[in-house]
Design a protein around this ligand. Structure first.
Ligand SMILES: Cc1cc2nc3c(=O)[nH]c(=O)nc-3n(C[C@H](O)[C@H](O)[C@H](O)COP(=O)(O)O)c2cc1C
Length: 184
């Protein structure tokens, strides 16, 4: 079975995007192995910290390099992706062996899918910008389908949400296409 690494673009304990990832994890059960990337110990990108490579940086790069594919679940912050996610991607964009800048990054050519839940525009602006960034990093992005979810009032009051039938069908479709995509 392929190894898939889930990346949640929110550090919030009861993150709706983490809840969405859990539903996707259920959908992938028996089809691939899912792990979550823990990256909250990464320092802010600072070129002074690149050499020697810090343990947290080495660990996330190793986990990404070893995964067959990534699936990012992220909120939208101010029309874009959250800073913590950009910080992670910046660390992943640098060569694993810094002795030569031609050396590959952990992200190079890595298969990746994108989903997100947030306000009424369904993280559309975040996903558009993230798409641009992942393409720039020469990752192998599954451009379509992406699942964007507008959280209802109930989610904000209860702190948790249930997918509508339509949203669940969209996520299921993405999971199915993702499974075929990572087998290629
Ligand atoms: C700094 C900040 C900026 C935000 N900007 C947007 C935005 O531009 N569009 C949007 O839909 N939601 C925006 N939100 C709301 C988040 O999308 C919402 O809180 C979401 O539930 C966060 O995801 P999480 O539950 O996975 O942490 C913003 C939240 C924060 C903290």
């Amino acid at each position: 079975m392929k190894n898939v690494l889930f990346i949640v673009g929110s550090m919030r304990e009861r993150s709706f995007n983490r809840q969405l990832a859990k539903v996707a994890e259920e959908m992938l059960k028996g089809k691939c192995n899912v792990k979550y990337l823990d990256y909250n110990d990464l320092p802010y990108m600072n070129q002074d910290l690149e050499m020697p490579v810090q343990a947290s940086v080495a660990r996330v790069r190793k986990e990404v390099a070893e995964a067959d594919a990534l699936w990012i679940f992220t909120p939208e912050y101010n029309f874009s992706y959250p800073g913590v996610l950009k910080n992670l991607l910046d660390w992943l964009s640098r060569p694993m062996d810094m002795s030569n800048f031609q050396n590959p990054s952990a992200a190079l050519g890595k298969k990746v899918a994108v989903s997100g839940c947030g306000g009424k525009n369904m993280t559309q602006n975040c996903r558009a910008k993230l798409t641009e960034l992942l393409d720039f990093m020469k990752m192998e992005l599954m451009h379509e389908p992406q699942t964007g979810i507008a959280l209802g009032m109930e989610a904000w009051t209860k702190g948790e949400f249930a997918l509508t039938d339509e949203q669940r069908a969209a996520l299921q479709k993405q999971a199915d296409v993702f499974c075929a995509f990572i087998e290629k």
